[in-house]
Ligand binder design. Sequence first.
Ligand code: AMP
Length: 190
Amino acid sequence: MNLILFGPPAAGKGTQAKRLVETRKMVQLSTGDMLRAAIASGSELGKRVSGIMERGELVSDAIVVELIEQRLPEAEAAGGAIFDGFPRTLAQAEALDRMLEHRGSRIDLVVRLKVDDDALMQRVAGRFAESGRPDDNPDSFKVRLDAYNTQTAPLLPYYRDHRKLVEVDGMGSIETVASAIDKALDAPRA
Ligand code: AMP
């Protein structure tokens, strides 16, 4: 079972992914977490991406596709992946389909968390105050939201056309959103 948690930054993808790791023993593949780990380790890759991430821009497709590819065997062994923050461009979505197909697998479901921009701005202001994550500052967050709206949201028709897309109201409590996701996961699929 391979699931994409789809939605704008701060929609709750990471929170919901972590819960699914607990409850379903799937593997969370968060490109944002992988890139932050690269920065924390002081690696070459980390040095290349830190400025881009701090500004809220997208790093190159080649970088994130490679990070994901390296982790696919582990996810496969666990019985499935939760893609969190990936894919973010059409090129990434197509690369993911190709990589999975090559391994005899596929994306089974895309859950879109719908949260309006004002609510996101409010959420992230709280998160910035708490964690101080550099790209949660209001200027970078605007760039991230813009990147989502212009580069990532256009993927929705791609997944809709492939009949993979389920929309979930992401404005409710963590528990309400969690049970809506569970319902989507447990629904019969073609
Ligand atoms: P996230 O934690 O998913 O919000 O990602 C934080 C930042 O990492 C993003 O604002 C981008 O700079 C970078 N990033 C994460 N995932 C991707 C991706 N799939 N494509 C391009 N950039 C990404």
